[in-house]
Unconditional design. Structure first.
Length: 66
């Protein structure tokens, strides 16, 4: 299971929500099958619908988003 808190600790160099989205997509494409959102991302550009965007990035990683 991929926990968001673990991703944030491992990838502590991330600076933006967009960078986090790319990491989540890559983890999904790499074979992770479960994703748990257990913390809110600390980035200043984190959108209001951040949970929906993270879930979409994980469960539909090939979808093109802006």
């Amino acid at each position: 299971m991929l926990n968001l808190s673990e991703v944030l600790m491992e990838m502590h160099h991330l600076q933006t929500f967009g960078e986090l989205i790319e990491v989540i997509k890559n983890r999904a494409l790499g074979g992770e099958i479960h994703f748990r959102i257990d913390v809110k991302p600390p980035f200043s550009d984190t959108p209001e619908d951040w949970e929906d965007r993270l879930e979409a990035a994980f469960y539909e990683p090939n979808r093109v988003t802006k």
